[in-house]
Write a protein that binds this ligand. Structure first.
Ligand code: ADP
Ligand code: RBF
Ligand code: MG
Length: 164
């Protein structure tokens, strides 16, 4: 059995260093997200992950995201770190957008506002245990983003205004 976890993360209003604004063209990863986990994660470019590393520690985060020329903003969860379960050698910033997209969007601009921290990265005994925790992260993200101060950021121009 997995541990019980809190259903909400962070304070009533985002606390420094949040919100953190990141954007970049979606790059290719190992293709494991969709294939092995059933949870696709869009990778931000390495330089953007390096920028993020100056302001946030590795871990799992929640916030808002938009893609390409589309101004629609959706909740997101981000894994920032080394993916201990897969023993990656590079630190990656991978974003799962809580929305069903009809197709891939490699190369398109991904814009995110990171609004809070959920938990530290962990290693797992099984793929199922990792998937369980990611599904809990998704619920925690939705609950956490329902608070007014977080809702306000959903209409921030950084995510709403697509590249002309
Ligand atoms: P990779 O290892 O290349 O990141 P994934 O299997 O994790 O491959 O799939 C990620 C890709 O799936 C993204 O780059 C994006 O093009 C696409 N995608 C489709 N829906 C989503 C979504 N809801 N969140 C994130 N990426 C998505
Ligand atoms: N990988 C880990 O090794 N440990 C984790 O704790 C972990 N948490 C994640 C949480 C979320 C919300 C997401 C989207 C991914 C997480 N992953 C974690 C990353 C997962 O291993 C990665 O998405 C796959 O390796 C596909 O690239
Ligand atoms: Mg991925």
């Amino acid at each position: 059995m997995s541990e019980r976890r809190p259903s909400i993360a962070g304070e009533e209003t985002p606390q420094p260093p949040f919100p953190v604004y990141l954007k970049g063209a979606v790059s290719k990863g190992f293709g494991r997200g969709s294939r092995e986990l059933g949870i696709p994660t869009a990778n931000l470019p390495e330089e953007v992950a390096d920028e993020a590393g100056k302001v946030i520690d590795t871990g799992i985060y929640y916030g808002w995201a938009s893609v390409g020329s589309c101004p629609e903003v959706h909740p997101m969860v981000m894994s920032f770190g080394w993916n201990p379960y897969y023993k990656n050698e590079k630190r990656s910033a991978e974003v799962h957008i809580i929305h069903d997209y009809p197709q891939d969007f490699y190369g398109e601009e991904l814009r995110i506002i990171v609004t809070g921290y959920i938990r530290a990265e962990k290693n797992y005994e099984s793929l199922d245990a990792l998937i369980d925790d990611i599904n809990t992260d998704i619920r925690v993200a939705k609950n956490s983003l329902s608070r007014p101060a977080y809702q306000a950021l959903k209409s921030h121009s950084f995510v709403v205004s697509p590249i002309p």
